[in-house]
Design a protein around this ligand. Structure first.
Ligand code: SF4
Ligand code: SF4
Length: 244
């Protein structure tokens, strides 16, 4: 694979279509990290309880040193193909993960000294991908807009910021902390039950007008999950925690 950094004004030609002979070559044998927002969108799309989603589609791994829980998409055992790849394309296309949307670009976000997001974009040319064979000209910004990546990037940056803060704190998460991360980021249905049982919103003095939203809306619950983890993991307070 050839990888090159792509500046904001650099362009590339690309056109992916389901009638290409390379269909699904890009959906095979991936080590695809699912962000909490990827899980939220896929689980909602598939209408699966989190326990079923994690059992059937998630592969739990941990970051080195911090042991921060990460989720990878399980490929099919028989042929290492993504479970949603078919001869007619991706069956979860409208809710496909952020990494699938960004491809053939890759986007990483580092958190700078002052907490700012530093974005880096690379272009990945894989020999099997025929999409570079003509097609419209894109900049990274136009490609990301076309692929509706914006909410995925926003949530991915929030995730990266939390991971980076834990790493910079130099700690290794214990089992209870890892369980809390899994609950708040990847198991929103169970997290809601936990919130109710522990009366967490009242205990943390979360503004009353947010209660119903957190209990009813997936994005609001995930946002609260990030805030709660920042508090729980200690010394990780951020802009988000001050808005409870
Ligand atoms: S989710 Fe869709 S686009 Fe992403 S790897 Fe699977 S089939 Fe391919
Ligand atoms: S053109 Fe590239 S991205 Fe599109 S199906 Fe082929 S390998 Fe996948």
């Amino acid at each position: 694979m050839e990888i090159e950094r792509l500046g904001p004004d650099a362009t590339f030609c690309f056109d992916c279509r389901v009638d290409r002979s390379c269909l699904n070559a890009c959906c095979t044998d991936l080590h695809l990290v699912l962000t909490p927002y990827d899980v939220l969108r896929l689980r909602r799309r598939l209408a699966l309880p989190s326990a079923d989603f994690l059992r059937d589609h998630g592969e739990a791994i941990e970051m080195p040193q911090t042991r921060f829980p990460i989720l990878q998409l399980q490929m099919r055992r028989s042929d290492r193909l993504c479970p949603w790849a078919t001869g007619a394309g991706c069956t979860v296309y409208r809710d496909r993960p952020g990494a699938c949307r960004a491809y053939p670009l890759g986007r990483t976000a580092q958190i700078g000294d002052r907490g700012q997001v530093v974005e880096q974009v690379v272009l990945q040319r894989e020999p099997h991908c025929l999409g570079f064979d003509g097609g419209p000209q894109w900049t990274a910004a136009r490609w990301f807009e076309n692929q509706e990546l914006a909410p995925y990037s926003t949530w991915a940056d929030r995730f990266s910021a939390l991971v980076a803060r834990v790493r910079l704190s130099g700690r290794t998460l214990n089992e209870q902390q890892r369980a809390s991360v899994r609950l708040a980021l990847y198991e929103l249905d169970r997290f809601r039950e936990f919130i109710k049982q522990r009366q967490l919103l009242r205990q943390l003095r979360v503004a009353r007008d947010r209660h119903r939203q957190i209990l009813d809306d997936d994005e609001a619950a995930l946002s609260f999950g990030f805030e709660w983890l920042a508090l729980l993991l200690g010394g990780l307070s951020s802009d988000h925690t001050t808005r409870m």
